[in-house]
Design a binder for this molecule. Sequence first.
Ligand code: MG
Length: 202
Amino acid sequence: MKIICIGRNYKEHAKELNNEIPQEPVLFLKPDTAVIRSGSELYIPEFTQDLHHEVEVLVKISKVGKYIQPEFAENYFTEIGLGIDFTARDLQTQLKNKGLPWEKAKAFDGAALVGEFLPKENFDLKNLDFSLQKNGKTQQQGNTSDMIFDIPQLISHISQFFTLKTGDLIFTGTPSGVSQVEENDRLEGFLDGKKNFAVFIK
Ligand code: MG
């Protein structure tokens, strides 16, 4: 199983990090060892002083595909979910400034929180609210209508480069409002108003 992540897929988030609005999706990968499940505790890694949460809608691939056209992308997933792309922002900034790959800042153990998966038919994927609460207060709020590249476009683009396999996960990008997490923080994700995951920072 692999995890394909999209960077800068919401204009307001690209702006808050002073990044350009991309002309095509920005892709990076996380290994399966990055996955943690809802209800877990995440220990802040020793190599960062600035761990950030990025809440994102997840797509679980249900069928092998390569060079998938956007109009057929719907056939390649049956469930969606919610998760967090945890990011060591200080390390990512250092690596970006040196023109180096981001993996150490994005693909470490625990960097991919995966919540509950639900049938996609339950949702309007083009107009889906999601949010993240930190210690009971809303910290990030997004709607999939604000994506620069929608889910079919992402599946199509990704599958030009990587064969998608059953069980692969796509992290579709985060809206604005990313912030630092600290010891004892409790993060909870909401998909269409319903609680989808919780994670505790240690
Ligand atoms: Mg992200």
